[in-house]
Design a protein around this ligand. Structure first.
Ligand code: ZN
Length: 164
């Protein structure tokens, strides 16, 4: 899995390759010593995305009087969780999609068919703040978490990449 390059002993050529590769692909290959020789090993990288759905009600109490989102209403939310990482050379995956499902399970349990405003941290449950809510709870369990997309309707969504 991935590409391997026989750099021989670390030479100017090897170092130049190492630097150029990093600049071109946004990540530097690992240098691995085998016997007397050094190798630049570049692992294949990939992004996994898993999709979840839940139904919930909310109001947006900070909006001005008369705004229709101040009234209690519900959505069929869709959430996409994306992780990125190196593809494991033995198995051929970044990691098991089930790991994402397992991390999401207790959160969906809280949200599904609930009133979002009653949940700690979601007092003003816009999709932006919901994405941040998911992020802080998922990050410890999901290495490489890189993007959360929440659809409030089929045509309205928020994309969040962990920039707090
Ligand atoms: Zn709404």
């Amino acid at each position: 899995m991935g590409k391997e390059w026989d750099g021989g002993l670390v030479s100017r050529r090897a170092l130049r390759f190492w630097c150029l590769w990093g600049l071109a692909f946004g990540g530097w290959p690992r240098l691995v010593k085998r016997g007397a020789a050094w190798f630049a090993v570049v692992q294949m990288r990939a992004r996994l995305v898993k999709e979840f759905r839940f139904e919930a009600a909310h109001t947006l109490p900070s909006l001005p009087e008369g705004h229709k989102c101040r009234q209690m209403h519900g959505h069929s939310f869709k959430v996409e969780i994306a992780v990125e990482g190196e593809v494991d050379a033995e198995i051929g995956w970044v990691y098991d999609h089930k790991r994402i499902s397992d991390a999401m399970a207790p959160l969906l349990e809280q949200l599904d068919h609930g009133y979002l405003n009653d949940i700690e941290g979601l007092e003003s449950p816009t999709i932006e703040l919901m994405a941040a809510w998911f992020w802080t709870r998922l990050e410890p369990d999901l290495p490489g978490l890189c993007e959360i997309v929440i659809f409030e309707t089929p045509t309205a969504r928020c994309v969040f990449r962990g920039e707090f």
